[in-house]
Design a protein around this ligand. Structure first.
Ligand code: NDP
Length: 242
């Protein structure tokens, strides 16, 4: 019987697919929560269609997953940007991204918690962003992604006595994703200039993020909680050159 059963939101594409595939390679059963069905298959992958900006639908989806068995890991990866300069920001955007990035995570965690507490084991990983530290046109995105960090630190304190760790992975620019392509073509001169501005000299890959998530998900990583790991090729370190 599979020991670990993981929810990966947005496990159908990009970073989420890389995370789901990494966890499956570790023997997990993975349930992908997203609007579109994954275009990849595995006998350990299942899919629940849900729009995570809809609180009631998210609650129902979480209950459906739980009905299939206890949830040991939650990786909340689904996310969108809604780039706008401050003058154009709509409070509707803030409400939608608050629900997607924060509300959905709360709902999923609340559903899984009784089982995790009973098992005295759980792993929760929230995918934030380097943009939580600030980026032009990202008012609602950076606000809600920064909120994930505070929320994870709070959960880490509340859940540590129960054997549940809560950590955050904050990616920098990850070139092989729809999200990156929605901002610029990975083949463009702009993307090449961006890659040159990153200390390691390249854009990130989904697999780079999955590797970090894999670390936090490990059963042995029980002394690491409340942490944020930036997977950004050094982009979050001061870029001043002397
Ligand atoms: P993608 O656009 O490829 O993936 C986004 C995922 O989120 C998709 O699986 C999508 O599935 C899911 N999603 C979006 N909205 C909803 C919704 N309303 N309900 C359910 N699922 C939803 O981009 P990435 O793989 O890059 O993004 C993964 C995470 O990484 C995001 O949280 C993003 O903010 C973060 N990130 C990405 C960076 C990058 O450069 N790519 C940099 C920093 C952070 P579907 O559309 O089928 O619902």
């Amino acid at each position: 019987m599979t020991k670990f059963r993981s929810i990966v939101t947005g496990g159908n594409t990009g970073i989420g697919a890389a995370i789901a595939q990494k966890l499956i390679s570790r023997g997990h059963e993975v349930v992908c929560l997203s609007r579109r069905r994954p275009e990849w298959n595995d006998h350990k992958l299942s899919f629940v269609e849900v729009d995570l900006t809809d609180a009631a639908a998210t609650k129902q989806a979480a209950q459906n997953v739980l009905a299939g068995g206890p949830i040991t890991h939650i990786i909340h990866n689904a996310g969108i940007i809604r780039a706008k300069p401050l003058e154009d920001v709509q409070l509707d955007d803030l409400a939608a991204l608050t629900q997607l990035h924060l509300g959905a995570a709360i709902e999923l965690a609340q559903t899984a918690l009784p089982g995790m507490k009973q098992a005295r084991f759980g792993r929760i990983v929230l995918i934030s962003s380097r943009a939580a530290m600030g980026l032009q046109t990202r008012t609602v995105y950076s606000a809600t992604k920064a909120g994930m960090i505070g929320m994870a630190r709070t959960w880490a304190l509340e859940l540590a006595p129960h054997g549940i760790t809560v950590n955050v992975v904050s990616p920098g620019p990850i070139g092989d994703t729809e999200m990156f392509e929605s901002v610029m073509s990975p083949e463009s001169e702009r993307a090449k200039a961006l890659a040159r501005s990153i200390p390691v000299g390249r854009l990130g890959r989904s697999a780079d993020v999955a590797r970090a998530v894999d670390f936090f998900c490990d059963e042995a990583a029980d002394f690491v909680t409340g942490q944020t790991l930036l997977v950004c090729g050094g982009a979050s370190v001061s870029a001043l050159s002397m």
